[in-house]
Design a protein around this ligand. Sequence first.
Ligand code: SF4
Length: 267
Amino acid sequence: MTYSYSQISHYLTCPRRYRHRYLDGWQEKDTRAVMLFGRAFEQALGAYFRKEDAAGALFREWSAYQNQHLHYSKGDTWDRMLQQGIMLLDRLCQDDRIRIRQPRKNLQIKFTCPVSNTNDFVAYVDAIGKVDGTRCLIEWKTTSARYPDEPDGLLALDPQLLCYSWMTGISEVAQVVFVRKRLVEVQYLRTTITDDQRAEFGQLVQDTIQRIEGAQFLPHSGIRFPQNPCSTCPYVGLCLGKQQLVNIALVKRPGAENLGWLDELAY
Ligand code: SF4
């Protein structure tokens, strides 16, 4: 079995959700504009660091969805997102705070490590490069709202960065956040992950895999803040037994149990 951050994250959110997704093969339909835009923007970033036409790459990738019926968040349209994406690429260029040497090698880097005799763990790290002169592991994020940056050091608690630091052994990590708002902004958030944090994350992975292999899939349901995972869960139709909701949100893919690593390319 090949495990990934997405699988661990799904399980920790709600074990029942993990079962729907990774054992029963139910997957969310790819109609969320924000997610598809994020993928298109990542392609544009690749072009930017390879010194190619980044705006052209964004237009090309995003055009594939122009006439599809996507679910847009409030206020978003295809045109508006494209415009914001181009402004964000401009801002990135003006800021000029990131260096990626050998971009063909140092973007979307695959790491694998064995976590037992029969299991591997895989991660696709967005980039390794320098942010403000410090070499670090970099994750790109596109969002419509700023990421919180206080209290100081908060980023060190981000589970995805903890996971990738654990996988790669790189302690300096950064999140570069592309904020799509009226006045676009790029946040350059950096932190250091300690050896203890990496060891603890490794234990969390082992513990989670044991629970998965012990077939523990009890639901962690909740509908009220702050424990409200069901309110936004695409699998709510399955849990409520409402086929109509299932048809709207999900598709069934056979043999899903060993394809979890594919999620890594989508987040
Ligand atoms: S609807 Fe709630 S209980 Fe069901 S899978 Fe989603 S989060 Fe878990």
